[in-house]
Every structure is written in structure tokens, then in C-alpha cells.
Design a protein around this ligand. Structure first.
Ligand code: HEC
Length: 77
């Protein structure tokens, strides 16, 4: 699964920027179209555990929701 080299969809939106900032720290931010919405739900939960292990600041509920909204909007259908 490669990161999207053409850049993220809707790149200037709040959701895209938050996603790139919070989910692009350890690997580059994956293309939202690489997973379906239910897969993103699972993946974001798994990555929150990685963030805790790495002692990165946790996502707030609002941040998690904004990231999931963004990913689901552009997810694989
Ligand atoms: C603390 C570092 C770190 C952060 C921050 C992080 N990830 Fe990851 N990510 C990893 C590691 C390490 C892997 C390799 C697979 C694994 O060990 O879980 C990975 C793998 C992935 C994969 C590929 C999984 C697969 O099966 O190939 C996706 C998709 C992903 N991350 C999404 C995210 C999202 C979404 C966020 C933000 C919510 C995020 N990552 C934030 C460390 C991180």
C-alpha cells in the first residue's frame, strides 16, 4: 500500500490537514481510497495504540471524528 504521491484528496480541508499531520508522523499518510470506511475505523483504533506506545499526544474525540469523517468521505467504495 503506497502513499498517494499525487497528494491527498481535498488537501486544503481541515480533515485532510489534520489527517496528514497526525497520521503522517511515522509513515506518510496513506491514500484514503486504499481502504473502505469500516477498515479505516479499525485501522484508526489500531494506530491510536501505536501513538500511545510512541508517547505521541492522543487524538481527542473531535480529532478522531474529523479524521474518520475525512477518510470515510474519500474511502474506497
Ligand atoms: C506512532 C507511529 C504511527 C502513527 C502516529 C500512525 N501510524 Fe499507521 N502505522 C504505524 C506502523 C508501525 C505501521 C505498520 C503496521 C503495524 O505495525 O501496525 C502502520 C501501518 C499503517 C497502515 C497500514 C496497515 C497495513 O495493514 O498495511 C495504515 C493504513 C495506517 N498505519 C494508518 C494510520 C492512520 C490512519 C494513522 C492516524 C490515525 C496512523 N496510521 C498513525 C505507525 C504509526
Amino acid at each position: 500500500m503506497a502513499a498517494c504521491r499525487r497528494g491527498l484528496p481535498d488537501a486544503q480541508s481541515y480533515g485532510a490537514r489534520l489527517y496528514a499531520a497526525r497520521c503522517g508522523q511515522c509513515h506518510s499518510a496513506y491514500d484514503p481510497a486504499s481502504l473502505t470506511a469500516p477498515m479505516w475505523q479499525v485501522q484508526v483504533e489500531a494506530m491510536e495504540a501505536r501513538m500511545r506506545q510512541a508517547r505521541l499526544p492522543e487524538l481527542t474525540d473531535a480529532e478522531r471524528q474529523a479524521i474518520l469523517d475525512y477518510l470515510e468521505q474519500h474511502a474506497q467504495r
